[in-house]
Design a protein around this ligand. Structure first.
Ligand SMILES: Cc1cc2nc3c(=O)[nH]c(=O)nc-3n(C[C@H](O)[C@H](O)[C@H](O)COP(=O)(O)OP(=O)(O)OC[C@H]3O[C@@H](n4cnc5c(N)ncnc54)[C@H](O)[C@@H]3O)c2cc1C
Length: 389
């Protein structure tokens, strides 16, 4: 098979890149190791920055998000039993939209199959070859038969554990990493949200986040130990622990119900630089991970593929590789801003087991400063709604 851009991975970055390239007349094939149903069953991100929503509109897949997404004008930070609202709309003129990653993935898959652009699902053992030449290739197995895609470029959109970054010679990449000493236990339930806006909680028992996916579906997280298992957390224990971390008013508003999904996610900050080797370009979680506290992962995946699609369009329209040469620096400038903000939000709101009494007093002083300072709230809001592209 011959194409212009071979894309590894049908997560949000691969599917959105494919859509943007298709709209610009650039042929592409997506290779995904899992089935479409499996990809759609992964419950992950849900907070969409205004810039990402605009990009989905421009890609022609934003209609359902505009119709069904929940517009949020503020969030709450809750500590020492106090509730501090951060008015995103007033402080930045922007809002965020609650719309599940699963829904975005669904919209992108539907647009792709309607346009008849090829996606090879359940492609096993993908391997990347000749990535430093001008004719790279991707080999894979499907139903026991070996396949090969010859292309001009490869986009590695295959997430943190994917094969793309691993194909780059070790000496050509620098890794920066922080692994946090706790995880997030997340529950999805068919229960109304605890509050119309998201509540971020800093409590001596640990962090909590009350979020939602719709008016009838809650998504709630609590900080847990790294060695905790989902089986250790029956629903009753989960809701009981959440109540202990919330202020009395929010706790009394909880409607408990059976979980329809429950999982534990470790928290990590990670960046691999540069985001290019030869004709292989990395995008999204393949190149960087942020702890979910800042809600930036999916939004960064979108900004990466926006820059990358512009660079490919410039190359095919004019023959210039300036955009491709500048892709890594351009994407990384934004990535590091999101890394800083996600690290800061995580530091501000979580209970770190190794913290001394001094560290805890500083953390509380910082929360009190945030509650009393308009400019501190404005800085948080500006980062939360997303910096301009
Ligand atoms: C609990 C949680 C909450 C989150 N909340 C938010 C949020 O509110 N806002 C936000 O912006 N982000 C959030 N994120 C982060 C967000 O989900 C990710 O950043 C996003 O999924 C990245 O998309 P991606 O396409 O780059 O990678 P992925 O979604 O990981 O997709 C990669 C794809 O590549 C495929 N693949 C892997 N290896 C291969 C291979 N060898 N061959 C072929 N295919 C392969 C995988 O099967 C997968 O489908 C959250 C994440 C978690 C875990």
């Amino acid at each position: 098979m011959r194409t212009q851009v071979a894309i590894i991975g049908a997560g949000p970055s691969g599917l959105l890149l494919g859509q943007l390239l298709h709209n610009q007349g650039i042929a592409n094939v997506i290779l995904e190791q899992r089935s479409g149903e499996y990809v759609l069953s992964r419950i992950r991100a849900g907070l969409i920055e205004a810039g990402t929503a605009d990009l989905l509109d421009r890609a022609g897949v934003g209609a359902r998000l505009r119709r069904e997404g929940l517009r949020h004008e503020g969030i709450e930070i809750n500590f020492d039993g106090k509730r501090q609202r951060i008015d995103l709309q007033k402080l930045t003129g922007k809002i965020i939209t609650v719309y599940g990653q699963t829904e975005i993935t669904h919209d992108l898959m539907e647009a792709r199959s309607t346009a008849g652009v090829p996606t090879i699902y359940e492609a096993a053992g993908a391997s990347l070859h000749d990535i430093a030449t001008d004719q790279p290739r991707v080999r894979y197995h499907k139903d026991g038969v070996e396949g090969e895609i010859v292309c001009d470029f490869i986009a590695g959109c295959d997430g943190f554990h994917g094969v793309s970054r691993q194909t780059i010679p070790e000496a050509a990449l620098r890794h920066y990493e922080r692994v946090y000493p706790f995880g997030w236990l997340g529950v999805l339930s068919e229960t109304p949200p605890i509050s119309p806006e998201l509540i971020y909680v800093s409590h001596q028992r640990g962090f909590a986040l009350c979020s939602m996916r719709s008016f009838t579906r809650s998504r709630v997280y609590i900080q847990c130990r790294l060695d905790d298992h989902v089986e250790d957390w029956p629903d009753e224990r989960f809701w009981g622990e959440l109540k202990l971390r919330l202020d009395p008013q929010s706790a009394s508003a909880i409607v408990t119900g059976s979980s329809i999904e429950k999982s534990i996610a470790p928290l990590r900050s990670f960046v691999a630089e540069p985001m290019r080797f030869g004709r292989l370009f990395l995008a999204g979680d393949a190149a960087h991970i942020v702890p979910p506290t800042g809600a930036k992962g999916l939004n960064l995946a979108a900004s990466d593929v926006y820059y990358l699609s512009q660079a490919f369009a410039e190359f095919y329209d004019t023959g210039s590789s300036a955009g491709l040469d500048g892709y890594s620096d351009r994407a990384l400038a934004r990535v590091w801003q999101a890394e800083r903000f996600s690290w800061w939000m995580t530091r501000l709101l979580h209970r770190f087991p190794e913290d001394s009494g001094f560290d805890r007093r500083i953390q509380r002083a910082e929360l009190e400063f945030l509650a009393s300072s308009q400019s501190a709230q404005a800085a948080l809001a500006e980062n939360y709604v997303g910096l301009p592209y």
